[in-house]
Ligand binder design. Structure first.
Ligand SMILES: [Zn+2]
Length: 433
């Protein structure tokens, strides 16, 4: 590979050109990345085998140490470790777990603009239904099995390899390249990437994080309202129900009312592409959490259930909230004998970026080159850490290496081929900016 090092390429007005005796820039890049198959397997394996399970968030420092070593030795980057303040972590109800350490790496190319690559290193717990031990990454053909391989440790490896290739081949981008590897995306990101953005520690011109894969690029995500509805009645002996007011009955009436609201809601469809066409609709899920009642022979004086409402980019979060309040008010009028309440536990508006921005174009053209397919621009049904940047007006896209779409499920795996291709896509995207 030595002939490809330093000075093999020239930047011209129309892009990178190789000196005639050498391979084209893309071919050299692909060749370097493909030669790192063993590296990407063993690096991803080493990340999967540190169980950064969240909740509660374990082994964070160990994982960060592993990433730090690679950023320093392979990429020769200057790195910083920043710990999210403990008082914020405690405020979120997290106790007795790892410190929330964020790792930052920076490649200053002297440019005015910066692209930021972010990966979250926490993973969700694994059930006992796995065919392989979830924290011993096992390779079967092209698939590397293990918890967090697809979400998103494999993608972290692609990010590192993509930038390594640029450095190794002497391809200096026209943007500075920054990394952050952060905790707690799986619990909302406010004690991870969200905090870095809020504090202005991360303030790039472009952001890239996890998202869709293959030909799909995510340009934002749906919004959401998580609400808890409560119904208060009056308890009585189960043998004399006429003495009480049944809160559970009130809950059924209210849930029925919400189901008819859902009929209207679920007809709304976004113009944005989705990987699965069914995801293009607004959704309302009832009863993810439900409770109430104390004993079989009592008239229940309390009942509660949750609503998970996902909001399209074309909808307005205030209107969505009013629709839910409308149901609440109708129930209050219809059943004055019961007390109804609605508590918003979490709410976040939908976010999207402009498709005409330089970043989606840059990654779209990289996808076309590497995979030979035209890019589709879509929004994600669920939120990722990318939304923190988009909310600040910073264009950010989501793009991941692919597995079997088994995030948060059993037998999660990542395709080695896809990790290598994704590294190429990241590298070309950075050069396109
Ligand atoms: Zn993820």
């Amino acid at each position: 590979m030595s002939i490809l090092k330093g000075g093999s390429f020239l930047r011209t007005d129309s892009g990178w050109a190789a000196r005639p005796q050498y391979l084209s820039m893309e071919k050299a890049l692909y060749k370097f990345i493909d030669s790192k198959r063993d590296w990407i397997i063993s690096f991803t394996k080493s990340l999967v085998e540190i169980p950064t399970v969240n909740p509660p968030g374990n082994n964070y420092e160990k994982l960060v140490g592993r990433l730090e070593k690679e950023l320093k030795s392979l990429l020769r980057l200057s790195v910083r470790k920043i710990t999210v303040p403990q008082r914020l972590v405690i405020k979120k109800g997290i106790r007795g777990a790892s410190k929330r350490v964020c790792l930052l790496g920076c490649w200053q190319t002297g440019s005015k603009k910066t692209v930021h690559l972010n990966g979250h290193y926490d993973v969700v717990p694994a059930s006992s239904n796995w065919d392989t031990p979830p924290f011993q990454a096992l390779l079967k053909g092209d698939r590397l099995y293990g918890r967090g391989s697809e979400d998103m440790k494999g993608t972290i490896s692609s990010m590192v390899l993509g930038v390594w290739a640029l450095k190794e081949l002497g391809l200096q981008p026209e943007v500075n390249v920054e990394f952050s590897f952060t905790p707690d995306e799986e619990i909302g990101g406010e004690t991870g990437f969200g905090w870095l953005v809020k504090k202005g520690i991360v303030k790039p011109d472009y952001g890239i994080s996890e998202g869709y894969t293959d030909s799909y690029i995510s340009c934002g995500n749906k919004g959401m309202i998580w609400a808890e509805f409560g119904i208060c009645g009056l308890s009585a002996h189960g043998a004399t129900p006429h003495m009480g007011i049944n809160a559970f009955d009130g809950m059924i009436e209210m849930a029925t009312e919400l189901k008819s609201l859902n009929k209207r809601v679920s007809r709304r469809r976004t113009k944005w592409a989705m990987r699965n066409d069914k995801d293009r609709y607004a959704t309302l899920v009832l009863g993810g959490e439900a409770g109430g009642g104390t004993k079989i022979n009592m008239v229940p004086d309390y009942a509660s259930f949750s609503v998970d409402r996902r909001i399209l980019p074309e909808e307005n979060i205030r209107n969505v909230k009013s629709e839910l309040e409308g149901v609440l008010n109708r129930m209050r009028r219809r059943r004055p004998d019961l007390k109804f309440s609605m508590k918003i536990k979490m709410s976040d508006g939908p976010v999207v970026i402009d498709k005409a921005n330089k970043l989606p174009k840059a990654i779209g053209s990289a996808v076309k080159k590497v995979l030979g397919v035209r890019a589709n621009y879509g929004v994600m049904p669920g939120g990722t850490d990318m939304r923190y940047l988009i909310k600040r007006g910073i264009p950010a896209v989501g793009y991941s290496a692919r597995g079997g779409f088994r995030w948060h499920s059993d037998n999660e795996y990542i395709s080695v081929r896809s990790m290598l291709n994704t590294a190429k896509i990241y590298a070309l995207t950075i050069l396109n900016l």
